[in-house]
Design a protein around this ligand. Structure first.
Ligand code: PLP
Length: 383
């Protein structure tokens, strides 16, 4: 079985995880063959240190951040937790954040979003007005369920006027659009390797030097004292290789825009009742979240799986549990449309043929209903 594509199957769940790029696999394998702890000053240690610093340079370039500001973590979840918990301030997060932001502290204030899932900047301004203590604001750059891109630069400008620290979860945006921490004006930014063709279980947070942030893990002085623990060298080396490739392959996402737009046009022709979330606003070119009212999202996922196509239910799924999407709910999507939502997310290995196979299965689903048991409801499409 190929690591990229299982025979006869189509993988359209790249926002969950994207296949590792061959160069990243090679870099992991190369690093695995080395013995040495990067904290040791002998030649073995220095060799491994060099690999880490090369990867730091590459990840810094991907983020548009100085490499000295990049701290490696165990993934996007840890990076987000570190940013939010380490600030020790009142926290404001948008209503569409990933659970690793949403649940990082128990009492975060929620910034509302509009019907397209875009943060209401006036509401943020009002929430920050007249506070006794400066806050911390966390808003993602691109949403994992809809791909909708946030006005992060404007948000950072407002937040800074009120003395707040700004964190941006760029886990989904990285490698899909060009990033620059400076241009966005944020103080911290999180990324994750397995969303850009690197290995799972490694990520990073870039932290501007003046940002007050307490580390979460204590122990040794690794990562300039920001994150204790012996570094995951093979993971970091793979991340670095994937970051370098991602920088060179941003154009790839223009190709995916054509595939995605053509797919959505055909879906809407076949089933005009379908709602594409964030259709009219700036979105990641690889992502399409939509709802076909009448067939539950998880039923659609299973039916498509039987046809050899892997997609995700629009509802949030972790540990195999599917819950109603808080993202769609915050956008004002009703329960019927929310429970019928699925997400197609393409990536570097997606071909036109993959989309043709998806369209064939989708047509079958729309025409004949799901082949597997599951709720099918006949409802009127929303006006
Ligand atoms: N943030 C966003 C927007 C994500 O989509 C994800 C993963 O799905 C994460 C954070 C968590 O990243 P990781 O899987 O590396 O912990």
């Amino acid at each position: 079985m190929s690591p990229v594509k299982m025979e006869q199957t189509v993988y359209l769940d790249h926002n969950a995880t994207t296949p590792m790029k061959p160069a990243a696999i090679e870099a992991v394998n190369h690093a695995l063959a080395f013995t040495g702890n990067a904290s040791s000053i002998h030649r073995h240690g220095r060799m491994v240190r060099r690999m880490i610093e090369e990867a730091r340079q590459r990840v810094g370039t991907l983020l548009g951040a100085g490499p000295a500001n990049v701290v490696f973590t165990s993934g996007g979840t840890e990076a987000n937790n570190m940013a939010i918990r380490g600030c020790r301030r009142d926290v404001l997060v948008s209503a569409i954040e990933h659970p690793s932001v949403m649940n990082a502290v128990a009492d975060a204030k929620i910034i509302p979003v509009d019907g397209n899932g875009i943060v209401e900047v006036e509401a943020l301004d009002a929430m920050l007005l007249g506070r006794d203590q400066p806050a911390m604001v966390s808003v993602m750059l691109a949403n994992n369920e809809t791909g909708v891109i946030q006005p992060v630069r404007e948000i950072a400008g407002i937040a800074h006027r009120h003395g707040a620290i700004v964190h941006c979860d760029a886990v989904q945006a990285a490698g899909k659009i060009a990033l620059s921490m400076d241009e966005l004006g944020v103080d911290m930014m999180s990324v994750s390797a397995h969303k850009i063709g690197g290995p799972p279980g490694v990520g990073a947070i870039a932290i501007n030097p003046d940002t007050p942030l307490a580390g979460m893990l204590v122990g040794g002085g690794q990562e300039r004292g920001r994150r204790a623990g012996t570094e995951n060298v093979p993971g970091i080396a793979g991340f670095g290789a994937a970051a370098a490739m991602a920088m060179d392959q941003l154009d790839e996402f223009a190709r995916l825009a054509e595939l995605r737009d053509d797919m959505e046009r055909r879906i809407l022709e076949l089933s005009p009742a379908t709602i594409v979330f964030g259709h009219g606003v700036r979105r990641l070119s690889n992502t399409s979240g939509f709802s076909l009212p009448g067939i539950d999202g998880d039923t659609q996922v299973i039916a498509l799986d039987l046809a050899g196509i892997s997609v995700s239910a629009g509802s949030a799924c972790s540990s195999g549990r599917v819950r109603t999407s808080h993202v769609l709910k915050s956008m004002g999507v009703d329960e019927v449309h929310s429970s019928s939502a699925i997400r197609i997310s393409m990536g570097w290995s997606t071909t036109k043929d993959d989309i043709e196979r998806f369209m064939t299965a989708w047509e079958e689903l729309v025409t004949n209903g799901a082949a597997c048991p599951g709720p099918r409801r006949n409802i009127e499409p929303a006006a």
